[in-house]
Design a protein around this ligand. Structure first.
Ligand code: HOZ
Length: 427
């Protein structure tokens, strides 16, 4: 038995399923997860000493690669002053100033500890501001695990093949309405059926929790128009896309302005950070300024802020990182697309910039139903093939591949060669 198997046996005794987040258990790919010893740049190492090119990148945060020295140094320096105070610190002000001064649609921002918390709080602010209860989400979009959003959700639920969660009372999801991604008329119908009752439409502007699904050209502008017409708020969940598709996230990339935006992952530089922000008049509803209550002992933690702010500053000061990520994305995913055609494989590769996904289904994947048509057993075979040859992918058909600044041309070429071998032998 390998060291990972041993650790999994120990873990399963005291941690549900042996993991602290379900997809990590590797259940849908029929393996024991690799326990990780460490990571640097584009590489991750398991406890058996195997080295992998990492395309999980901690599910997005490590956009500059693992163990980036500038971030590490600032974190160590912050630790020396103390780990947590539960009182305001200068670095929280710097973080808020930096974001609000550089992202036009964020006039005020509140730090929390995870993407889940950010979205849960943004929904509360939207309801408090509009005085309405209903929200519209899209099937296949995942917005964290707060009760009202566990409806037709992507990510781990989709991986497990379940639409929602036990333990969520019907009352909690009664006001959650579900529309189809890339289908404006499904949203319009919900507005018609619920006049004056919808507080907000929340969307992953590029869906990255049902694999990767791109918004069609009219989708986000159409949502903006509908929300304006109906006096509902538009919330972009940019937990994955924020600071990734561009510094200003999907809002900048697609040129559509949300009323509220949620962040996670990159904003924490690898530490547990989330944030929600947007129009001042909405954010002024949040306590202690307004009646929408939201709080947190570790919110704005100085060590986490040091990691996050350093990463954001590096990204902002080096716009070439985004250009490079686009090029790397084109090289990796564009070549995967070409190989799929060359070997006539029943796959569809969706991608934009550093995000990509190989779906084991033919034809366009433009929503939850299309993504669900994927052959997850073939995905599992593909996953195992890649892992055994040193390529670390998310262990689920319904998650994204993440590229970082640390991925080299050689890394990408090696990945493509392993991918080509997979396609060759499956013929
Ligand atoms: N649901 C997360 C990705 N979309 C998984 C996070 C994790 O397991 O770390």
């Amino acid at each position: 038995m390998g060291r990972s198997e041993e650790l999994m046996k120990r873990a399963e005794k005291y941690i549900p399923g042996g993991v602290n987040s379900p997809v990590r258990a590797y259940r849908s790919v029929g393996m024991t997860p690799r326990f990780i010893q460490g990571a640097t740049g584009s590489y991750i190492f398991d406890v058996e000493g195997n080295k992998y090119i990492d395309y999980i990148c901690s599910w997005g945060p490590m956009i500059l690669g693992h163990n980036r020295q500038e971030i590490l140094k600032k974190v160590v320096r912050a630790c020396e002053d103390g780990l947590s105070f539960g009182a305001p610190t200068e670095i929280e002000v710097e973080m808020a100033e930096f974001i609000c001064q550089n992202i036009p649609h964020v006039e005020m921002i509140r730090m929390v500890n995870s993407g889940t918390e950010a979205v849960m709080s943004a929904i509360r602010a939207a309801r408090g501001f509009t005085g309405r209860n209903k929200i519209v989400k899209f099937s296949g979009c995942y917005h964290g695990h707060s009760d009202c959003l566990l409806v037709d959700a992507g990510s781990g639920l989709m991986t497990a093949g379940i639409p929602g969660s036990a333990g969520v009372p019907e009352g909690c999801t009664r006001d959650t309405l579900t529309a189809e991604y890339n289908n404006l008329s499904s949203v319009e119908q919900l507005f018609e059926a619920n006049p004056g009752e919808i507080a907000a439409v929340i969307v992953e502007p590029l869906a990255a929790n049902m694999g990767v699904v791109l918004p069609e050209e009219d989708f986000l502008p159409g949502l903006r128009k509908l929300c304006d017409r109906e006096k509902a708020l538009l919330i972009f969940d940019e937990v994955i896309t924020g600071f990734r598709l561009a510094f200003g996230g999907a809002a900048e990339k697609f040129g559509v302005t949300p009323d509220l935006v949620t962040y996670g992952k990159i904003i924490g530089g690898g530490m547990p950070v989330g944030a929600y922000g947007g129009r001042k008049e909405i954010m002024e509803m949040v306590a202690p300024l307004g009646p929408v209550y939201q709080a947190g002992t570790l919110s704005g933690n100085p060590v986490a802020m040091a990691a996050g702010l350093t990463q954001l500053q590096l990204l902002y000061e080096h716009p070439e990182y985004y250009k490079d990520l686009e090029k790397k994305g084109e090289k990796l995913y564009g070549s995967m697309e070409r190989l799929v055609r060359e070997y006539d494989a029943p796959c569809t590769v969706n991608h934009l910039a550093s995000l990509g996904c190989v779906f084991f289904t033919e034809g366009l994947v433009r929503n939850y139903e299309d993504a669900k048509a994927s052959d997850t057993e073939e995905f599992a075979r593909y996953f195992r093939w890649m892992l055994e040859r040193g390529i670390h992918l998310a262990p689920s058909q319904f998650e994204a591949m993440f590229l970082s600044d640390a991925h080299s041309d050689e890394n990408i070429e090696e990945t493509l060669s392993v991918f080509e071998d997979y396609l060759k032998q499956r013929k």
